[in-house]
Design a protein. Structure first.
Length: 413
């Protein structure tokens, strides 16, 4: 055998054990990964333990063993492995992130933030780190601005996480920046179109800029997507009510009462008004009675119940006056109650009492209706010049009955 051949075999003999060792340790690691994927966590831990015993710098084995420990609810063991992983591989981002999550769960807030700070130092545009740090800051009362800064950074980096845009939208709502919040909520809906909660938040923002119809559409979309929440139904009912879409408001209010057993005072008041608008007096009275039972010291239900009693004729007039009196007692600035009571006195030819109520109403809020009836009362009291002045005020406020009466009794005006 030549010298060269002998040297070749000697070299092979030296290299082969190293090659076999490297191959073996990688095989063991891959076996551990396969066991982990099969959810055989104890067996996987044994394999990863074998790897780190052979090579303590095999950082991926430390990391995956930590994950297995977590699956077995062994948090302390997981933290130890993650710390060991970081010790041997100081730029391994996954280990910092996972350890930060575990620290956060243990309320070790500063430790979690320190790990996330390290991730950002290693990789400044790592979106998940900013979002995770923001989620921690949001739980600290005096760190909300830090959270917003992190969320804005994630948004600048074009995160695909809808949660980030929702939190930014909520922040804008708290700052009364409703148009900006709508943009954030719209982005969240674009990223996660099946989540009805995002429509709910955008609907609320639209309601705050008095775009009631668009708000109603978003509330309806939220419900259609399965985000069943009585607060959405209530908010939609209120918007329908304010826009005098009484049939739709009635449907939502009835849902709140029958399906969600609502005991809210204003739910019954609004439904009572809806019934009144469609001339269901008995149902309206039932709801006003219920509202008074819920909150006997609130004026509104007494006022509306009085109006319903008046519709029922003379036999109910004493009850109506009693309710108007109660409404005014509870709410002395209730200008509408003064007007209604004044009209009742006017019809009964009790002009002095009527005039007194109208003056009180005008002092609180000078409305065209109050000026009109004051003019009518003064005319009946034969104070014609004063009557014409009051009718003229009402007509100037574009009150059609006043314009007509003014032509009839005050032709010179």
């Amino acid at each position: 055998m030549t010298l060269q051949i002998q040297f070749f075999f000697i070299l092979i003999g030296l290299i082969s054990p190293i090659s076999i060792f490297c191959q073996t340790i990688n095989d063991i690691f891959e076996e551990g990964i396969a066991l982990k994927q099969s959810k055989k966590y104890n067996e996987a831990i044994a394999k990863f333990s074998e790897v780190v015993k052979k090579d303590k710098y095999y950082h991926e084995a430390w990391y995956h063993r930590a994950v297995c420990h977590l699956e077995l609810k062994k948090t302390d063991a997981a933290l130890q492995d993650l710390s060991q992983c970081i010790a041997v591989k100081k730029d391994f981002i996954d280990a910092y992130l996972l350890r930060a999550h575990l620290y956060a769960e243990q309320n070790k807030t500063q430790d979690a933030i320190n790990d996330l700070n390290q991730v950002i130092r290693i990789k400044p545009n790592y979106i998940e780190a900013y979002e995770t740090r923001a989620s921690i800051y949001l739980k600290i009362p005096d760190k909300s601005i830090n959270a917003i800064n992190d969320l804005q950074k994630a948004a600048e980096l074009k995160t695909s996480n809808a949660w980030t845009y929702i939190e930014l939208g909520k922040y804008c709502i708290n700052k009364n920046k409703y148009q900006e919040s709508i943009q954030y909520f719209s982005k969240a809906i674009e990223l996660d179109p099946q989540n009805g909660e995002w429509n709910y938040w955008r609907g609320y923002a639209y309601s705050q800029i008095n775009d009631a119809l668009t708000a109603i559409k978003d509330y309806s979309a939220a419900l259609d997507k399965g985000y069943k929440n009585p607060d959405i139904i209530y908010k939609r009912a209120k918007l329908y009510f304010e826009r005098q879409i009484y049939d739709n408001a009635l449907t939502d209010l009835t849902t709140l009462i029958t399906q969600y057993q609502s005991k809210q005072y204003d739910v019954y008041v609004m439904r009572g008004v809806c019934y009144s608008q469609i001339n269901q007096i008995s149902n309206a009275l039932k709801d006003f009675n219920k509202a008074i039972t819920i909150a006997p010291n609130k004026a509104e239900a007494y006022y509306f119940r009085a109006c319903e009693y008046l519709k029922q004729g003379k036999t109910k007039e004493p009850m109506a006056i009693k309710d108007f009196n109660k409404s005014i007692e509870l709410e002395p600035n209730n200008y509408e109650a003064y007007i209604k009571r004044a009209i009742y006195f006017y019809d009964k030819q009790k002009y002095a009492e009527s005039l007194e109520d109208l003056n009180k109403s005008i002092k609180i809020k000078p409305t065209a209706e109050a000026f009109f009836y004051k003019g009518a009362v003064l005319y009946e009291m034969k104070k014609y010049n004063e009557a014409c002045l009051e009718l003229k005020k009402s007509a100037q406020m574009d009150y059609e009955p006043a314009k007509k009466r003014l032509k009839e009794v005050c032709p010179m005006n």
